[in-house]
Design a protein around this ligand. Structure first.
Ligand code: AHR
Length: 502
């Protein structure tokens, strides 16, 4: 007999709004994300700026709201001035973070044009690794100041009259990580971030500033880093970043499928730390989270991927992870975690967007295709509307080596207060068997079942390729039925589902 689980929904239990910024992504100058990813002038669909229209179409279908740029580890050695002005005069530079050469044929102006075409809100990062306050002010002047000063007029000379008015800025990247160029102690970084934020706010007090938090919950400084950095910067910043990557290690599928347990713990810990600093400092505002790097990433493979010695390739094929169905289920479950924390997670970025640990893949000059992880992301971005509802969840548990007993079911729901439309996002994160799920909807009034889609495969190791990205797709779950305000549905093992009612 199949295991049973239940959810109860009530429109009174609202966590907060569904934020479009939860469905952000990330474009770094890394591997083929920019060059031959979003930008490929020789491609048959390339526009006058060299951007691939087939990629823009998929970015729109994915439902991405914000994109963080230009890194990542790359930004900590980046000179933004190299990427503006006549392309033929731009210098080629070593990218130390990824042992590559950056031809600088794409820079801030090109990226901003791409954002406008793709309907994306930019999230710009400044270099606080090899650079500091002055360069952050210079790029801000270039992008946001109207006219009459050196960098504002330079932008106009480069063909852009109106300022871009970029609102969201990251104060460096992963400055807690020893791998970061210009890595700092929490005290050193806190001081630099505070000075940079202070100066940037003199240009525009309304900027939204993201200060670096921890690169993962397993960093030795996790918790104390946030406490130290926020104690110094609290009044000057709005968000603190969080980064997390997950992978199946040593065949431990059960722990991998339960990765959202770590994400929940990460978010809850950062919220607690930020609120502690708020109490101690007698501050009134709250600091929220920008979860601006998250994904599945098989990091162990990087060591063999990245070039060494005298080899400094342009746009190498690195971090081109091929995702399987289980990876997609984990991506879907991480989105459930982000949504249920919508009261404190105000922004998030799937890292990354194209080719580099990405839902969208391209061949240079050739085909574009969807990885498995594309599907839960695009369906959640599309169907999470209105407000996030807290769900009362009852589920059997199963054992994991990393997290102990975890519930086999994880779920979240959204409801659009205008239309009454409800979406339930659910994963069966057990590989052991199906779950018979009952969802009590009585409190939501008259509803009908519009669609039940499930993403799964008997072979959870199946991956999409350029030749076949359609053999496993989200398909109608025919077991779903709605009777007298109760929805029943069977969730196969290792599956992600969206259940839509209206
Ligand atoms: O997304 C890949 C890398 O992961 C980023 O450059 C860095 O910020 C993180 O460690």
């Amino acid at each position: 007999m199949a295991a049973t689980a239940s959810l109860t929904l009530d429109p009174a239990f609202v966590v907060g709004p569904v934020r479009r910024r939860t469905f952000g992504s990330f474009v770094e100058h890394l591997g083929r994300c920019v060059y031959t990813g979003i930008h490929d002038p020789g491609h048959p669909t390339a526009d006058e700026d060299g951007f691939r229209q087939d990629v823009i179409d998929l970015v729109k279908e994915l439902g991405v709201g914000t994109v963080r740029y230009p890194g990542g580890n790359f930004v900590s050695g980046y000179r933004w001035e190299d990427g503006v002005g006549p392309v033929e005069e731009r210098p080629r530079r070593l990218d130390l973070a990824w042992h590559s050469t950056d031809p600088n044929t794409v820079g801030v102006d090109e990226f901003m044009r791409w954002c406008e075409k793709a309907g994306i809100e930019p999230m710009m990062a400044v270099n606080l690794g090899t650079r500091g306050v002055q360069e952050a002010l210079d790029i801000l002047e270039y992008t946001n100041v109207v006219t009459g000063t050196h960098f504002a007029d330079l932008r106009r000379e480069h063909g852009r009259e109106e300022p871009y008015r970029i609102g969201m800025w990251c104060l460096g990247n992963e400055m807690d990580g020893p791998w970061q160029i210009g890595h700092k102690t929490a005290e050193e970084y806190a001081r630099l971030a505070n000075e940079t934020a202070n100066a940037m706010r003199m240009v525009d007090p309304d900027l939204e500033l993201v200060v670096c938090g921890s690169s993962s919950s397993s960093m030795p400084t996790f918790g104390s880093w946030e406490a130290t950095v926020l104690a110094e910067t609290y009044d000057k910043v709005d968000l603190v970043s969080a980064h997390a990557y997950y992978q199946e290690k040593n065949g431990d599928l059960a722990s991998f499928l339960a990765s959202a347990v770590d994400m929940d713990h990460f978010i809850d810990s950062v919220v607690a730390t930020a609120d502690y600093v708020r109490a101690v400092g007698k501050h009134s505002k709250r600091i929220n989270i920008s979860f601006d790097e998250w994904n599945v990433w098989y990091q162990d493979r990087v060591a063999t991927d990245v070039a060494k010695g005298d080899d400094w390739p342009v746009a190498p094929r690195i971090l081109e992870d091929q995702y399987n169905v289980a990876d997609a289920v984990v991506v879907g479950s991480l989105l459930i975690s982000l949504l249920r924390h919508t009261d404190r997670v105000h922004s998030a970025s799937l890292a990354q967007l194209v080719n580099v640990i990405a839902p969208i893949m391209t061949e240079p000059g050739g085909r574009v295709w969807k990885q498995t992880t594309f599907h839960p992301f695009s369906l959640t971005a599309k169907h999470a509307q209105g407000e996030v509802l807290q769900v009362a969840l009852n589920s059997p548990t199963h054992a994991t080596a990393k997290f102990g007993e975890v519930t086999s079911l994880d779920a979240v729901a959204t409801r659009d207060p205008e239309t009454g439309a409800v979406s339930v996002f659910a994963v069966n994160r057990s590989a052991e068997g199906p779950l018979e799920l009952t969802v009590s909807l009585e409190a939501l009034g008259e509803l009908s079942l519009e669609e039940a889609l499930t993403y799964t495969s008997e072979d959870h190791t199946w991956s999409a390729t350029a030749d076949d990205d359609t053999s496993v797709l989200p398909t109608a779950n025919d077991s779903a039925a709605l009777t007298d305000g109760t929805l029943t549905v069977t969730l196969p093992p290792v599956s992600w589902s969206v259940l839509r009612l209206g």
